[in-house]
Design a protein around this ligand. Structure first.
Ligand code: SF4
Ligand code: FES
Length: 247
């Protein structure tokens, strides 16, 4: 495949940035999108140019590091992570726009790399339990009904990629925060911090400058792990319950 790439280049957080156009040839349909960018970078390095900076780690859809807006969609045209997107989703001769996550709370560090440490601070504010852990307990020591375990597991699948924020016209982190709150608040191990967790995490989310939710549903559509939109309603119920209890 031969492709035209229009890639966001930005030297540092303070420089303005602009789209740069590159031609790449010899791209296999079996390559991942990141392998296609590797090919571009090899050519740039051989030509004495600066390679395009982009985030990645596992390249297996589990770490949440990869983060590209491709032709206007967070993670591109398939509902998956950028690293699991393959070039068979594109046609020979296509022009592809590649941009970083766009959100006030995710400032660009360089090229396609953004600073997602706001997510870390939201987690630090309440995404933990204080119950003593130690060695793994016997599986049935704390009985958890199957539907509750399923709900917790479904929400634990969030990999913190930030596609929900990038897809949202408000730059809202409600889906991410809801995934963490519902995961831990569903389980008996998370009960001691049930109220403080939701109050602190929502407070930190607001303090980081993420926007509010207006129910567009763009977050859940972009989420590669299928975190459902109703998680936000669940988090809101937890928030109201906790706020009333605190008084
Ligand atoms: S909710 Fe989905 S889109 Fe948002 S950070 Fe978690 S996995 Fe990524
Ligand atoms: S590089 Fe880890 S999820 Fe994509």
């Amino acid at each position: 495949m031969k492709l035209t790439l229009r890639v966001w280049r930005q030297r540092n957080p303070d420089s303005p940035g602009a789209m740069a156009t590159y031609e790449v040839d010899g791209i296999s349909q079996d390559m991942s999108f990141l392998e296609m960018l590797d090919t571009l970078n090899e050519e740039l390095i051989l030509g004495g140019d600066e390679p395009v900076a982009f985030d990645h780690d596992c390249r297996e859809g589990i770490c949440g590091a990869c983060s590209l807006v491709i032709n206007g969609d967070a993670h591109g045209p398939e509902r998956t992570t950028t690293c699991q997107l393959h070039m068979r989703s594109f046609q020979d001769g296509d022009t592809i726009d590649v941009e970083p996550w766009r959100a006030a709370a995710f400032p660009v560090v360089k090229d396609l790399v953004v600073d997602r440490s706001a997510f870390d601070r939201v987690i630090q504010s309440g995404g933990y339990i204080t119950a003593p852990t130690g060695a793994a307990p016997e599986a049935h020591a704390t009985a958890v009904p199957k539907p509750v375990a399923d709900t917790a597991f479904e929400h634990a699948e969030c990999i913190g990629c930030g596609a929900c924020v990038a897809a949202c016209p408000n730059g809202s982190a409600m889906l991410f925060t809801a995934a963490k709150v519902v995961h831990l608040n569903s389980l008996p191990q998370g009960a001691p911090e049930r109220e403080s967790r939701v109050l602190e995490m929502v407070g930190q989310m607001d303090a980081e400058g993420f926007g509010g939710c207006t129910n567009t549903g763009a977050c859940a559509t972009a989420c590669p792990k299928g975190i459902p939109l109703f998680s936000i309603a669940k988090m809101n119920r937890e928030f109201v319950r906790a706020a009333r209890k605190r008084g």
